[in-house]
Ligand binder design. Structure first.
Ligand code: SF4
Length: 349
C-alpha cells in the first residue's frame, strides 16, 4: 500500500470549515419557498446526495430533481433537459456533472464541500505512483478530483466497483486502486484481484467500530447490520449486508427485520426510512468507544456544508460554479464514460 503519511491536510481543511448556522422552522420554510421560485425561474434542477441535509433531499424530490448516489446523480443530470444543475453534495460530484454535461451550468451550494478521499489523493503524488507501476490498470473511485480521474483507466463507484474489478481480473489485469484503502481491501478479498492500494480513507466510515456494532446487536438481536464498504475490515466482517448507499437502502426496504444498524452517514435515513416504511427502526452504528475520535460522528462535515442559503446564493448570484478545464474534462470523461457504458451493459444483460 502506498502511503500518504501526513493526514494533516484533512485536519486543516476541517478546521477551516464554517458551517452555516441553523435556521428556525419559519426561516427554513421561507428559504425553501425562495429555492422553489429560483429553480423555476432559472429552469434549473436540483440533485441531492443521500448524505445531505434531509431538507435538501426533500426539496430536490419535490421540485422534480433527484436524491441519489453519485453514479445516479451523474446519470440523472446528464439525461435531464435543464441547462442549470444545482448539485448538493461534494465537489467531485459537481465536477463529474460538469465533465458529463459540459454544455450545462453546474452550481454547488458550497465549493468548500470536498471529501477526505479527494484530499487524500493529491494529483502529483498519485501520478508518480501510477508512473512507478506502468503495467497496472488504474482504477479510481469516483471520490477523486477531475485531475486524478484524468490519470485513470477506469472510474468506479461503490455500486459497480466489484463487477468492474471482477471483469478486469478475469482479463488478467493487475490493478492500481485509489483512494479508499478499506473499499480497496474489501474488493481485493471479494475478487482475489491483484491490487496495489492507495492509502486514504473516508473519515466518516473509518470511525465505525465493530465492538460498538456487536454491543448494539446485543440490545437488538434481530437487527440486520448494514455496512458501507468504506468501513474498516472488522466492521465489514460483522455485516449482514455490505453495499453502496443505494444497495443498503434497497436492503432495508426488502429485508423483513424490524431493526437495522446502519454504518454509513446518518442522513441516509431520510431515503432509507421513506422506502423501508414507518414500521422499520433504523439505528445509527456507534462511532464511539476505544480509539474513537468522532471527527464526523457518522455525518460527513463536507456534506453538512450544503444549505438552503447556499442553493439560493448559487441560483441568485451564480456562486459555486464548477468549472473543469477542457483538457481535464476530455481526459476525465474517458474513464467515466467507460464506467457508464459498463453499467449500462450490465443493466441490459
Ligand atoms: S462521507 Fe466520506 S466518502 Fe463521502 S464525501 Fe464525506 S468524506 Fe467523502
Amino acid at each position: 500500500m502506498t502511503q500518504v503519511q501526513d493526514r494533516r491536510f484533512v485536519r486543516d481543511h476541517l478546521a477551516g470549515l464554517q458551517p452555516r448556522p441553523d435556521c428556525s422552522p419559519d426561516e427554513t420554510e421561507s428559504l425553501k419557498a425562495r429555492v422553489r421560485e429560483l429553480l423555476a425561474e432559472k429552469n434549473a434542477v436540483m440533485l441531492a446526495h443521500y448524505y445531505t441535509d434531509p431538507v435538501l433531499q426533500a426539496l430536490a424530490e419535490e421540485t422534480g430533481g433527484c436524491v441519489a448516489d453519485s453514479l445516479e446523480m451523474a446519470r440523472f443530470g446528464a439525461a435531464h433537459p435543464a441547462q442549470t444543475m444545482v448539485v448538493a453534495g461534494v465537489r467531485f460530484m459537481g465536477e463529474t456533472a460538469s465533465i458529463l454535461s459540459p454544455e450545462k451550468t453546474i452550481l454547488m451550494p458550497d465549493l468548500e464541500a470536498t471529501c477526505s478521499l479527494d484530499l487524500g489523493c493529491p494529483e502529483d503524488e498519485f501520478a508518480e505512483f501510477c508512473d512507478a507501476h506502468p503495467d497496472r490498470t488504474v482504477v479510481v473511485y469516483a471520490n477523486t478530483s477531475a485531475a486524478v480521474k484524468a490519470r485513470a483507466d477506469w472510474v468506479v463507484t461503490s455500486s459497480c466497483a466489484l463487477d468492474i474489478v471482477d471483469e478486469l481480473t478475469a482479463n488478467d489485469e493487475k490493478i492500481i486502486w485509489a483512494p479508499d484503502k478499506y473499499l480497496g481491501s474489501y474488493i481485493q478479498k471479494q475478487t482475489g484481484a491483484d491490487m496495489l492500494l492507495w492509502d486514504s480513507a473516508c473519515i466518516v466510515h473509518e470511525e465505525f467500530k465493530a465492538k460498538g456494532v456487536l454491543d448494539l446487536k446485543k440490545v437488538y438481536p434481530d437487527a440486520a447490520v448494514l455496512v458501507h464498504p468504506e468501513s474498516p475490515d472488522a466492521v465489514v466482517e460483522v455485516a449482514d449486508v455490505v453495499g453502496s448507499t443505494s444497495q443498503l437502502i434497497k436492503a432495508a426496504a426488502s429485508m423483513s427485520n424490524k431493526h437495522y444498524i446502519v454504518a454509513t452517514d446518518k442522513a441516509i435515513f431520510y431515503k432509507m426510512q421513506q422506502l423501508a416504511g414507518p414500521d422499520k427502526v433504523l439505528l445509527e452504528a456507534p462511532t464511539g468507544g476505544s480509539g474513537a475520535t468522532c471527527r464526523s460522528c457518522a455525518h460527513c462535515p463536507w456534506m453538512a456544508l450544503n444549505s438552503l442559503q447556499g442553493v439560493i446564493d448559487a441560483l441568485e448570484k451564480g456562486s459555486g460554479r464548477v468549472q473543469v478545464s477542457d483538457e481535464l474534462r476530455i481526459e476525465a470523461a474517458k474513464p467515466l464514460q467507460r464506467m457508464l457504458d459498463f453499467t449500462a451493459r450490465m443493466a441490459a444483460a
